[in-house]
Design a protein around this ligand. Sequence first.
Ligand code: ZN
Length: 239
Amino acid sequence: MINHHPDENLLAEYSSGSLAWALSLSVCAHIQLCPHCRQKVSALNKIGGVILNTSAAETCAPNSFENLMQRIHQKTTTEKAAVEKTEGEQATKIAAAEGLNNAYSHDPLLNRLPKIIEKLLPINGKLKWQRVSSALKTARLTAGQNEYEVAFQRISSGGKIVEHDHRGLEITLVLQGSFSDEQGIYSRGDFLVRTPGEIHRPTATLNQDCLCLSVVAAPVKVTGFIGHFINPFLSIKPA
Ligand SMILES: [Zn+2]
């Protein structure tokens, strides 16, 4: 059961399309796992539609629609060829995405990902895991933006992560397994927001490895002696 959800502000910003892309990605992935928030966003979308319908119309040039249609009909042969090429490339990408499950089928943690996260996996199984400590591996994901680092965090069963602080906002979405910290226990679908100054030490439960999606605005600072050695591995690299 999911116990931790994005707050009303995040859902409203997501619904209106004003949320930064990386944050939007994490909210969307949560919504794909959470019927409760899916329902809320659907209601917010309806409210947004009503507001648009009842807002005063913006004025535009009287012939703007005709101009637009004219531009569409004037598409040159070269442009059409470019569109066909793009469509061909998209078809290749879709075919590759359909084969994605096969590429990662050896790893049970990557088998039940929300669709939006599955699309971030590199084709052909070339996800690069980096060992941060004996309990933690991380794999950075390319999310097409430069504000946040989007990554998988994989904690081995029973593994403890060194105590760390947050210098910026960090969103964690549990995708598989579960972990606990000083404030509670979190399982698949739980959505957590950590703000700067919150120090915590997550521990995966004993029965299985835990996979989380993390979206981080600034580098995580590992506290304590061991942090001196580990911090260089946690430097942010948005992509
Ligand atoms: Zn929810």
